[in-house]
Design a protein around this ligand. Sequence first.
Ligand code: HEM
Length: 444
Amino acid sequence: MATQLAPEAPFTYRTAPTANEAFEAWLAANPQAAPHHTQPWDVSASAIYVEDRWGPIFAEMRAKAPINKVTGTPYGDFWNVTTHKAIQHVESLPELFSSSWQHGGITIGDPPEGTDPAKLAERQMPMFIAMDRPQHTGQRRTVAPAFTPAEIARMEAEIRQRTGEVLDSLPWGEKFDWVDKVSIELTTGMLAILFGFPWADRRLLTFWSDWAGDVELTLAPDLADQRFEILSEMARYFQGLWMERMGKAPTPDLISMMIHSPAMATMSPLEFMGNLVLLIVGGNDTTRNTMSGIVHALDQFPDQRALLESDPSLIPNAVQECLRFVTPLAHMRRTCTADNELFGQQIKAGDKVIMWYLSANRDETVFENPDKLIVDRPNARRHLAFGHGIHRCVGARLAELQLRVLLEEMHERKMRVRVAGNVQRVRANFVHGFRKLEVVLEKR
Ligand code: HEM
């Protein structure tokens, strides 16, 4: 079958709004449906992230009630788990605290109600991040070979070259948006290389990833169909790439690697698609937002920027510290499968348990002076930005490589990035980062 990549292909993505624009338009048209968050510890409210005022709320919870239940929120009732130790504990018991999409999946938003089960199963593309053992184990194995230390080392030269090209294309001394020109450009470029994805279409990866990963959309039932359409188009696009590579000799890209993996024989086409989507979403806004967050954090702490500039051997540790400080995924969700006690709290089967990585990474019992960026922090590596346990991020090494190379190439060019204008954060309780970050480049 020929692929459907022709420019005239009738994909609505060519004209559709971004996920954020669609949600904002929906809210403007349905003001009465705006989610109401009335309780002080209802940290599902996206306003606290867009306004960057989440820190003291989580600090209060860690001090007074590190595991607490909030009821009657737009996302229903849920448990907040806010400390480093408790989150590691929950992630270490994957049978008791399930990731399975059949139980509700890995984000705070539930699938829309009132839809028939067949449609629901279709909407919830099966992905191994939202599966429990044993299915999780088998499917993770299909992609894990793409992220071994040897594979990552193989990718370094290409990532370095691409990073250098992007940095060399930037204007010095004039204001521009770092998110658009650097973070999105580098992240989509890397994913295009990883998947062997058509280069000219790489920005679609950002568009799709935003529609797939925007948890708040689950509060807007009217947008569910549009989201489904867009994600179906994405699936068709990937199906084209898949068919193109089927029956051909293996190539080093991830799609070919998955096709030739032994586990492919036991994977349905829908599961294959689901796992591709997982990779583009997993690797996309997370890395993008860290690339923006690093620049923002170094600008907030000029003493740390000066230290890093004077000693580039600190870069690998600074990457870990920035991951801790930024925490590009604010939470992951689990659903409890049996009544049990969690650090003194009675959790019931069926309860929604939200692990706030954002809070764990500011846990003062683990990280001294946690609200300060400290590029030579001795235990920065203990951050939970990549999660913990069997679902720990499979792409962590690749993300670390991209971030390290970015800092190294900036150092090479004596590039200092000063925040110099509009800073807009993402309005979401899951993805944590920046929509816009205006900066000016200076020579140090
Ligand atoms: C899983 C964060 C980059 C692919 C995860 C999880 C976290 C995370 C917190 C754990 C999910 C859980 O416990 O439920 C991040 C961050 C990144 C990043 C902060 C960048 C800074 C990437 C990249 C890729 C990727 C570059 C691939 C291209 C995945 C996949 C999973 C995952 C496939 C599922 C693993 C499993 O369920 O076994 N990521 N990620 N991530 N990540 Fe990442």
